[in-house]
Design a protein around this ligand. Structure first.
Ligand SMILES: [Zn+2]
Length: 254
């Protein structure tokens, strides 16, 4: 295949993706069936690590560094990192090329209220051309793609010049700490995050800042409410912003 052009390799890859669509969908389902809300990512990450290892990548599984939280403006979900690993798999390039991270987050938001679902959020039920499950879209669809990609490259004998680094990270829905930690541990020349964006490529993104505000009012008997200060409605209220970040268990939707 030494005479194959890049375009020919890309065409072969696309054709293989179409041919193995069922495998891709099955991989999404396998991920959805492993619930991974904040604090419970380990089982799904274990599946990711095994899948990457079976594709021949050098895999590392590690708990993120708690020191991440001391970086200015870093978030804190309030849940320690112990037992909540990030995963990275490296497919070494042949040399001379730029390295690429392909990354996805493994965490999903809470499925509550579960009674509002038409199907069990952890069963990955397929009806017609639609899969029902928490995280089937955001973003275990992208995670599955990230797993299948190196496998297809291997099976097709497509050798990249630069290192390909697959990362599966925790805590995207709340803080981004998992991605930050993985990028520091396995940096690369560029990164593609396979977050669903409606088929569009996005090269810049809004961020999220969590903060707590304390509003100070002045209590008064309701009979003379006008004598007090309504902390909610009064522009005269004293606003005090703190650095303490208290996140709800259910946070984020990215
Ligand atoms: Zn997402």
């Amino acid at each position: 295949m030494t005479t194959e052009t890049t375009q020919q390799a890309i065409d072969r890859l696309w054709a293989e993706i179409d041919r193995r669509e069922d495998e891709l969908i099955e991989t999404v389902a396998e991920l959805v069936k492993r619930p991974s809300p904040l604090g419970a990512e380990a089982e799904a990450q274990g599946y990711v690590a095994e899948h990457l290892a079976n594709s021949g990548l050098a895999v590392e599984v590690w708990d993120p560094d708690e020191a991440i939280k001391t970086i200015p403006n870093a978030g804190d979900s309030g849940v320690p990192f112990a037992g909540r690993p990030n995963v990275a798999g490296v497919q070494e390039g042949s040399g001379g090329g730029r390295s690429l991270i392909v990354q996805g987050h493994i965490d999903v938001v809470s499925p509550e209220p579960v009674e509002a679902w038409s199907y069990d959020p952890w069963q990955a039920t397929v009806v017609g051309d639609r899969m029902y499950g928490r995280g089937a879209f955001d973003m275990k669809s992208g995670d599955a793609l990230n797993l299948v990609l190196p496998r297809l490259l291997r099976d097709l004998g497509i050798q990249l010049q630069g290192d390909l680094i697959i990362q599966s990270v925790i805590e995207e829905e709340c803080t981004g700490n998992g991605a930050l930690d993985a990028a520091r541990r396995y940096p690369a020349d560029a990164a593609v995050i396979t977050e669903p964006t409606g088929g569009r490529f996005t090269h810049a993104h809004v961020g999220v800042v969590w903060f707590r505000i304390a509003v100070v009012g002045k209590s008064w008997h309701a009979m003379q409410a006008w004598q007090g200060v309504n902390a909610i409605t009064s522009p005269a209220s004293t606003l005090r912003r703190t650095n303490a970040v208290a996140l709800p268990r259910e946070c984020g939707s990215a």
